[in-house]
Design a protein around this ligand. Structure first.
Ligand SMILES: C[S@@+](CC[C@H](N)C(=O)[O-])C[C@H]1O[C@@H](n2cnc3c(N)ncnc32)[C@H](O)[C@@H]1O
Length: 385
């Protein structure tokens, strides 16, 4: 009989810059902390000797820190909208013998205000984020700055290349290598028109009209998502809800409507995206001025939120982390929600019908009620007993 095939996890990135031990965040036994585009970029910058010892490198959207750790011998700046990515970078620097401040991280809405000699861009899933970043880059490029982007070929479309051409200048691509591709961009300094379209906003009418502002990386930026709408239409209202969490808050619409309908509650807005938390804070401020209590936290799920401290958790779970799809994040969110809920506290979620969240919630809470559904989405409720 044949022995079962054993699949070994690759933890060591082997590139011309050296060997690096890398982990994803959250850890995943089955997935690497880098992709073929990271390897292609690192090989390329080595082969064409684009980095001088003292030249400043800016890295955008490094998912788990693979690029920044491999180039940490240079002055490296890393910008990411993701708290998970920044944590991965910190952990991977430490794992490879570097202090955490070896790479300067920047997580604001805007890119770091330093002139850089080389920019390496991992092409993000959201074109809106790339567009915002390319406009931001114009401020910090000098005449000789090299700009090289990379991604898996399936994520690089003609619209992606048009964006580079329109905002920065002439753009060419390499042949695919291990299904990844590089994009070389030449800055044309005569192209100066236009500016970032983000943040964007729309008006949401519920009990009154709210202005909902969305920074560039947000989900459903120009209108309310249909699933979110179904949860809003089925928002729980109870006098006992004094502490409400909007987990994975995005622009904060769920928490804002929950606050309006539950006037004695204080709110906690959490998201792993810096742009999301900034959007939620702006939107809550716009809706309630200083009249209501709320906290805003860039966080991985509800890390460090005290157990048994909350009455209601609202979630519209993400189905993507970076470019990968799955329900692992939803499961982590549900587990964390259960931990922070008081006895009799409620988790209310909306999700695609086909994702089977019902079974997960029943397994975790021992109960799950269907509150509402349409052809695509379902609103579910579980009570902590
Ligand atoms: C489907 S969107 C929902 C946004 C908003 N609640 C709505 O309904 O419009 C999911 C959100 O979860 C956030 N998210 C993803 N992973 C997270 C994590 N580990 N911790 C906290 N938030 C996370 C994403 O950034 C995104 O804003």
């Amino acid at each position: 009989m044949n022995k079962p095939l054993t699949v070994h996890r690759h933890e060591t990135l082997l590139v011309p810059q050296g060997e690096f031990e890398l982990q994803r965040n959250p850890r995943d036994e089955n997935l690497q902390a880098w992709d073929a585009a990271d390897e292609f970029l690192l090989n390329y910058v080595h082969d064409i000797q684009v980095l001088s010892r003292h030249g400043r490198v800016l890295i955008l959207n490094d998912a788990f820190g693979a690029l920044a750790v491999a180039l940490a011998g240079h002055p490296v700046y890393s910008w990411s909208d993701s708290f998970l990515a920044q944590q991965a970078l910190r952990d991977n620097l430490l794992a490879n013998g570097y202090p955490v401040d070896q790479v300067k991280t920047n997580s604001g809405i805007d890119l770091p205000a330093v002139a850089v000699d080389c920019v390496l861009i991992k092409i993000p899933k959201m074109l809106s984020l790339l567009e915002h970043q390319l406009y931001g880059l114009r401020q910090i490029l000098h005449r000789d700055t090299r700009i090289i982007a990379g991604g898996m070929a399936r994520n690089i479309h003609s619209s992606t290349l048009e964006l580079f051409e329109r905002i920065l200048g002439p753009t060419t691509t390499t042949r695919a290598r291990k299904k990844s591709r590089l994009v070389m961009v030449e800055r044309d300094h005569s192209i100066n028109q236009g500016q970032s379209h983000y943040p964007q906003s729309y008006e949401l009418e519920v009990d009154r009209v709210y202005r909902i502002l969305n920074h560039a990386s947000l989900f459903s930026r120009d209108r309310l998502d249909r699933g979110t709408r179904l949860l809003i239409e089925n928002m729980p209202v109870e006098d006992r809800f004094r502490r409400i969490v909007d987990l994975g808050c995005g622009s904060g619409v769920l928490g804002i409507v929950a606050a309006a309908f539950n006037p004695h509650a204080s709110l906690l807005f959490c998201d792993e995206s810096y742009m999301a938390v900034a959007s939620a804070a702006a939107n809550f401020g716009d809706a309630f001025a200083q009249t209501r209590d709320a906290e805003f936290s860039v966080n991985d799920c509800l890390h460090k939120v005290a157990a048994e401290s909350q009455d209601l958790v609202l979630v519209n779970p993400p189905i993507h982390q970076q470019h990968s799809v799955g329900d692992a994040l939803a499961w982590r969110m549900f587990k964390d929600a259960r931990r922070v809920l008081r006895r009799d506290g409620e988790l209310r979620i909306v999700g695609n019908r086909h994702l089977g969240y019902h079974a997960k919630l029943r397994k975790l809470f021992g109960n799950c009620e269907t509150i509402a559904s349409d052809s695509k989405f379902v609103v579910l409720s579980s009570i902590k007993t």
